[in-house]
Ligand binder design. Structure first.
Ligand code: ZN
Length: 101
């Protein structure tokens, strides 16, 4: 039976947060750790992949591998989107030029 790390309350096996004090149950839910700030970091990483990689390394340095991983995933998604835009836009441009000639 897990206990709350802050108030010592008995916690349900599947509890995400302590029902008494609202403390997140970090050990039982590794996938949801850092969701408070993780989503913003993920979006920032997607928008600016380079920043995502830098923040990712910072989070790994701060012993927050889950948050760091999220940044790397966001950076990867952002990089793919950037490449797609960088490739697709010129292609469309060339196609339009080719059609108009
Ligand atoms: Zn508690």
């Amino acid at each position: 039976m897990p206990y709350c790390s802050r108030c010592g309350n008995h916690l349900d096996e599947k509890a995400v947060i302590c029902v008494r004090c609202g403390e997140p149950c970090k050990k039982k839910t590794p996938g949801t750790v850092g969701t408070s700030g993780g989503t913003g970091l993920l979006i920032a990483s997607i928008l600016i992949p380079l920043i995502g990689v830098i923040i990712g390394f910072v989070q790994l340095d701060n012993n927050k591998p889950e948050l760091g991983k999220k940044c790397f995933i966001g950076a990867a998604i952002g990089a793919v989107i950037t490449v797609v835009i960088a490739v697709v836009f010129p292609m469309v441009f060339i196609l339009l030029l080719g059609l108009s000639v």
